[in-house]
Design a protein around this ligand. Structure first.
Ligand code: PRE
Length: 271
């Protein structure tokens, strides 16, 4: 089985592949999330793992757009506890660090830590582990990376400060994507939807009431702009349920009310 991720060994995406699929999976490493989605769409990879949301930094909006545009199907999810560490070439003191590079989501999760170091420049980069590797292979002095302890061990960097994320309990939710929708099973208890409603008074309230009436418990609602219609919005919705909830009837009813409904995935909640 081949799984695509953005990043390199030691990145958080890599950790999710190991946790979710085990050691036996083959991994394709890409520089961008777009390349990851495209490889699944073209059948080069069977699965993709994509970060979608972090408990401190919020949603990774462009990834919602990718799932939608490539018509991919969500077949699972995974919540990874994220511990960030500041690391540099061995022997350097924290005072010698002028610049810290990492994935933008990782930098956002550690913003508070750097308030004590206002002279340090924070720069967005490809992913956490790639920066660690670059510092090690190019012998870059004065530059720090924010990455996992695994990345520090792989690329032999020294940890200058550990657990520097703003709150200790920090999780990123990742989704597992496939090109084709997998067979539906009775174990399914979560659905992800994209719903586009008209901009009329009460239309969102009506939609939410309907979901609740059918026993669907909303776990996430994210609005995204409809780019062809400025100031109109679509909603990415995750809903959970217990037992035999007739979510298909709920979706049929929502469509009858005039909304556009796209099912992005039916899967088992891992929370
Ligand atoms: O840079 C990495 O190691 C990643 O796996 C990327 C990523 C992200 O896309 O949000 C994954 C989890 C963390 O929240 C920070 C960065």
């Amino acid at each position: 089985m081949r799984v695509g991720i953005q990043g390199i060994p030691g990145s958080f995406h890599h950790q999710v592949v190991l946790d979710y699929f085990g050691n036996a999976s083959e991994i394709s490493y890409y520089k961008t999330f777009e390349q990851v989605a495209k490889a699944v769409f073209e059948g080069r990879d069977q699965y993709a793992v994509l970060a979608i949301e972090n408990s401190i930094a919020g949603a990774i909006l462009p990834n919602y757009e990718l799932i939608d545009r490539y018509g991919l199907s969500i077949s699972g999810e995974y919540y990874l506890p994220i511990s960030h560490n500041l690391m540099a070439l061995p022997g350097q003191k924290i005072e010698a660090i002028k610049e810290v590079r990492s994935h933008p989501m990782a930098l956002l999760q550690c913003k508070k830590f750097f308030e004590a170091y206002p002279e340090v420049l924070l720069i967005d980069d490809i992913d956490t582990a790639t920066v660690a590797k670059r510092i090690a292979t190019d012998g870059l002095k004065g530059i720090g990376a924010i990455a996992s302890k695994t990345a520090a061990a792989i690329y032999q960097l020294e940890i200058l400060a550990s657990d520097i994320q703003t709150v200790k309990d920090n999780f990123t939710r990742f989704i597992i994507l496939q090109r084709e929708k997998p067979e539906s099973t009775d174990a399914v208890n979560k659905i992800s939807l994209k719903i586009t409603i008209s901009n009329e008074k009460g239309s969102l309230a009506k939609l939410l009431t309907l979901l609740s009436d059918y026993g669907l418990n909303l776990s996430k609602i994210q609005s995204v702009p409809v780019i062809e219609k400025p100031w109109d919005y679509a909603f990415f919705i995750d809903a959970q349920f217990e037992g035999h909830v007739d979510f298909r009837s709920a979706l049929a009813k929502i469509k009858l009310e005039g909304a556009e409904v796209k099912v992005l995935g039916e899967y088992i909640s891992r929370k």
